[in-house]
Design a protein around this ligand. Sequence first.
Ligand code: CTP
Ligand code: ZN
Length: 160
Amino acid sequence: MFKEERHLRVSKIKEGTVIDHIKAGSALHVLRILGITGKEGYIVSIVMNVPSKKLGKKDIVKIEKRELNPQEVNLIALIAPNATINIIRDYNVVKKVKVTLPTKIKGFPRCANPNCITNAGREPVKPEFTVISREPLRLRCVYCGRDTTMEDIIKQLSQG
Ligand code: CTP
Ligand code: ZN
């Protein structure tokens, strides 16, 4: 990476996760969807708008001493559909996974329609969507037909 440059912008990490090839501008959304606020104490490095052969520009997030579970990897696919997740142990990339957004998603996020049965107060039905578009993200609720977008997801994340 950056062979043409004289130094790395952010040093290699010893243990943890590097989320690479995030669309430029989405790094903070990735942290938010993982629930990382900075208060947990992890060392987190964020690089934004670095040149990338594949994407033109990209963001990178490095989280030390934290590995992601499959559910978290799926969440990242919603926000950063081209991301690569690298698991680092003892300075080596021991696992590299390209995130994939399935055509159907279940359980997350909430439907943007407050009157949808998936938002009903008691015993709500689990949200379920068909992915209509990946970029920009557009998820169509299988129950009410309303679309939920990235902006809706970000809003939900910040409301907790
Ligand atoms: N990385 C890191 N610390 C390490 C090893 C790797 O921070 N100890 C970072 C690299 O800087 C890079 C990412 O993890 O951003 C993936 O590393 P690597 O697979 O070596 O890089 P590439 O071959 O460029 O990855 P790809 O083919 O996925 O573009
Ligand atoms: Zn709905």
